[in-house]
Design a protein around this ligand. Structure first.
Ligand code: GUN
Length: 287
């Protein structure tokens, strides 16, 4: 039996609708949430993301503040802007688009953001709060992946989850969220021995390695839920390019119980979760 296709576009659209309804009720009180996005340089992929973030922010009724800085911007100037945004009462969320140019220390910049406005959930304070189950802002992509999992199975308690990839942005926080949801979690990475055998034991596989179609159909336990976070552009024989995930989709779909497509799976959830985090931050500031 073919797997259930988890429609990230539809889940994200429903989430944005819920957010828009809550934003409308805050706007009546003249307390419209605001999101500031800072882009340094002209990286084409980052420009596309930033445009999309601004558009969706406005669509749910929030205020969008965009800062496009030259690639040569100094670390000091960026830190000064973050200080201004931290102090600005109209700004509830601050996102500095990564990657940053080489003259800027990204760790220093992310630590300068007020943790209560850190809607990416990258500040060590939020990482610690999430890890200890004490609240905090959850990073957008892992949160989106968790919501997609819960859209097909509300109770994840006791399930074996294997996360392939140990990045700070996806792999590690994903592990914390799945632990919080009651899963038994393994984080696999490039040094893991016999990855196919490890994956075959998993009820849930989250693929976040950035290697096109690395995870094959025969690595997947029949009925497992597969969440593919990878977005890789690959060339076709006819010279065109297409997007593929970290999972060999056609093979995996024949074995899995449920699977996310690429594109149209986790991708649309990331911005929806950014808006959700901005709304949560805005409500917390108004309490
Ligand atoms: N660049 C790619 N993904 C992300 C993300 O989730 N947040 C930020 N700030 N930059 C990114």
């Amino acid at each position: 039996m073919a797997a259930i296709l988890i429609d990230g576009k539809a889940v994200a659209a429903a989430l944005r609708q819920e957010i828009a309804a809550e934003v409308a009720s805050l706007a009546i009180l003249r307390e419209k949430p605001g999101l500031a996005v800072v882009l340094v340089g002209e990286d084409p992929a980052s420009q596309v993301y930033v445009r999309s973030k601004a558009k969706q922010t406005v669509e749910v009724g929030m205020a969008s503040f965009e800062y496009r800085l030259e690639a040569e911007t100094s670390e000091g100037d960026l830190l000064w802007l973050i200080g201004e945004l931290n102090a600005n009462p109209d700004v509830d969320g601050i996102l500095v688009q990564l990657p940053l140019p080489p003259q800027i220390d990204a760790t220093k910049v992310l630590r300068a953001i007020d943790p209560s406005k850190d809607v990416d959930g990258f500040h060590p304070t939020n990482v610690g709060l999430v890890a200890t189950g004490a609240g905090g802002i959850m990073p957008c992509t892992p949160l989106g992946a968790l919501l997609l999992l819960q859209s097909v199975k509300t109770d994840l308690t006791g399930l074996d989850a294997v996360i392939v990839g140990r990045s700070n942005i996806v792999g590690k926080p994903m592990a914390q969220l799945l632990l919080g949801a009651g899963c038994t979690v393994t984080i696999a990475h490039s040094r893991t021995r016999d990855l196919p055998a490890l994956c075959r034991r998993a009820d849930i596989i989250v693929a976040a390695v950035g290697r096109p179609e690395m995870i094959r159909g025969d690595w997947i336990k029949p009925g497992a839920i597969v969440i593919d976070v990878g977005i890789n552009r690959v060339g076709d024989a006819d010279g065109k390019s297409r997007l593929v995930g970290d999972v060999a989709f056609a093979e995996a779909e024949a074995v899995a119980g449920a699977i996310t497509p690429v594109p149209g799976g986790v991708g649309p959830m990331t911005i929806a979760c950014l808006l959700r985090n901005t709304l949560t931050a805005a409500k917390a500031r108004r309490e």
